[in-house]
Design a binder for this molecule. Structure first.
Ligand SMILES: Cc1cc2nc3c(=O)[nH]c(=O)nc-3n(C[C@H](O)[C@H](O)[C@H](O)COP(=O)(O)O)c2cc1C
Length: 167
């Protein structure tokens, strides 16, 4: 898939919003992701409101670009649906985030993963901002929109990181 090789994080966006069909495709792709024991323990919060995006941009010093992205999708873990006893859900959410980034790239959008979990302060901030119940963990925010400019792709293949048969 070209998208895997082409994808880079986008932090500068045009003002143009994301079409509802693209947003739906993105969410459909997200919900096709693998999850441990097929828990499908995800929920999504789509944010376009300018004031709310501004508030999300204060989640961390690394989230400032959220205010300039026309759309944010917060990826939430529902711990009531998650496998109990160990944090397998965090692996599920990582897979979801990557799916969203790739679908965005496929549809001509740029996106960036803004981490909330496992930073307690960021999780708490998002919890309070959206009045999330205890069993909902704000995992990450994917900021997205049309790219202001293209970044060159990077070939990161490193044969030295690959071990064959034994370490
Ligand atoms: C778990 C994770 C957390 C990240 N958190 C942030 C973040 O908070 N803010 C940000 O601007 N980028 C964040 N990124 C994006 C990375 O900085 C980016 O993927 C990395 O520098 C590689 O660049 P590329 O995405 O352009 O290939 C995160 C990426 C991952 C996978």
């Amino acid at each position: 898939m070209d998208e895997i090789m082409r994808r880079r994080s986008t932090r500068r966006f045009q003002e143009r919003g994301v079409e509802p069909e693209k947003t739906e495709r993105l969410l459909r792709a997200a919900m096709q992701s693998p999850t441990g024991r097929n828990a499908q323990d995800w929920e999504f919060l789509v944010i376009t409101d300018e004031q709310t995006r501004q508030a999300v941009s204060h989640m961390s010093e690394y989230a400032m670009c959220a205010k300039n992205a026309p759309q944010l999708v917060a990826v939430l873990a529902n711990l009531e649906r998650a496998v109990q006893g160990y944090p397998l859900w965090s692996c599920d959410m990582g897979a979801v985030c990557q799916t969203i980034l790739l679908q965005a790239e496929h549809d001509g959008l740029g996106a960036v993963w803004l981490a909330a979990w496992p930073h307690e302060g960021r999780v708490q901030y998002m919890r309070e901002l959206f009045n999330l119940p205890e069993h909902i963990v704000p995992y990450a925010v994917i900021a997205m929109g049309y790219k202001l400019s293209e970044k060159p792709s990077e070939d990161r293949y490193d044969a030295g990181k690959v071990h064959w048969e034994r370490y």
